[in-house]
Design a binder for this molecule. Structure first.
Ligand SMILES: *Cc1c(COP(=O)(O)O)cnc(C)c1O
Length: 394
């Protein structure tokens, strides 16, 4: 096999070498417990403070508003469950969307069993949340609006500023899952009226198993993990010092390169989309053309199974992802593709390719050349395609 072409950066990213380098001393050299009082432990404590500052800076937040967690899923769970508990006296209603990550949707299902009322707002055919529906859903019992900043499957970027304005006008807390958007699009928590924000290290070339929840000063949500006094008593447990160090470096690095990197990714993304659309028949590009993550391409190929496509791409060392949740043992197409109105049979033939700073034009040209062959081959074996062509040729 030749070189690998990794186009699954929405699933996880390579930990950047300088991130690994920055982390290493905090395993074997400065391994002190940040809560201890001797000077040696102070090194660990300083490192955490630095990481917190590096991250706060990206968001225009205060460092005291950053709470480290074990990743995006934990941050999402915390934001929803603890808000539900803390604001019971006000109400039990949470507004979210149909295209959230499962870390939000499955948490909502959990809360529904415990008395929460959840409204799942629709999105349009480009995967952008319907603001009028969202605003109409607000009732006096509404305690939280949770809308993802950008979607992990189709890359659509939500009107976060408008949602923040609506939430503020109605006195409702606003949480956003920004796992895909953090360091990919500029975010300022004050400009967008964001009260809580989730992010994850391994999506920005940082380490796995570390994330944070931004909680605006004054928001009264409950502690998530009970125990020691870490993270201002809100999330107990000895801090993941190397993880925090790596996360901080990854955030500073990705923030510094954001403009240049995303400009380059957008050019490659649009080239990839253009070639697929012009060179392969019966395809549909999913997600918004403009309000889209710089590194996201999501295409449905009619008369093709996404899983077969993935396996054949893998034979060429190309790593991508499909639109159905086969990995979870279910054959249902993704809830996101269904929410934008794709029929099941088209959603099944979907492919997600997410680029990194290392992806080149040559890489994506190679991918399109292989895709053309593979799609033609799979269609040649499809009875549906055969029927369709017979009808076309009548
Ligand atoms: C990856 C992802 C998560 C989960 O993050 P983990 O750190 O893997 O738990 C949550 N939301 C979105 C949008 C994601 O892409």
């Amino acid at each position: 096999m030749g070189k690998m072409i990794y186009l699954d950066n929405a699933a996880t990213t390579k930990t950047a070498p300088e991130v690994v380098q920055a982390m290493l001393p905090y395993f074997s050299e400065y391994y002190g417990n940040p809560s201890s009082i001797y000077d040696f432990a102070g090194k660990s404590k300083e490192a955490i403070t630095k990481g917190r500052e590096q991250i706060a800076e990206v968001l225009g937040a205060k460092k005291e508003e950053i709470y480290f967690t074990a990743g995006g899923s934990e941050s999402d769970n915390w934001a929803l469950k603890a808000t539900f508990e803390a604001y019971k006296a006000k109400g039990n209603h949470i507004i979210t969307t149909k295209i959230e990550h499962h870390a939000i949707l499955h948490t909502c299902e959990y809360l529904e069993k415990r008395g929460a009322k959840i409204t799942y707002v629709d999105v349009d055919e480009n995967g952008i949340v319907k603001l009028d529906e969202l605003e109409k859903a607000i009732t006096p019992e509404t305690i939280l609006i949770s809308v993802m900043f950008a979607n992990n499957e189709i890359g659509s970027i939500q009107p976060i500023k408008e949602i923040g304005r609506i939430a503020k006008e109605h006195g409702v807390l606003f949480h956003t899952d920004a796992v895909q958007a953090f360091c990919q699009v500029p975010i300022n928590v004050d400009e967008c009226n964001i009260d809580m924000l989730s992010s994850s290290g391994h999506k920005i070339n940082g380490p796995k198993g570390i994330g944070f929840l931004y909680i605006r000063k004054g928001v009264k949500i409950r502690s998530f993990v009970h125990g020691g006094a870490q993270e201002r008593k809100r999330r107990a447990g000895t801090e993941n010092v190397p993880g925090i160090v790596g996360y901080g470096v990854a955030a500073a690095r990705a923030n510094a390169s954001m403009k240049e990197r995303t400009d380059k990714e957008i050019a490659i993304r649009d080239h990839l989309i253009h070639r697929i659309e012009t060179e392969i028949p019966y395809v549909k590009v999913n997600g918004d053309r403009i309000k889209r993550l710089p590194n996201n391409v999501n295409v449905s190929f009619q008369f093709v199974e996404g899983e077969s496509l993935l396996l054949m791409l893998d034979n060429y060392g190309i790593c991508a992802s499909s639109g159905s949740a086969c990995t979870s043992g279910s054959l249902d197409p993704s809830h996101v593709l269904l929410a934008i109105g794709l029929p099941h049979e088209i959603a099944h033939g979907s492919l997600r390719m997410t680029l990194s700073e290392e992806t080149t034009m040559e890489d994506v040209d190679f991918v399109v050349d292989r895709l053309k062959e593979i799609v033609a081959h799979l269609r040649s074996m499809s009875p549906l395609y055969e029927d369709f062509m017979k009808k076309q040729n009548k």
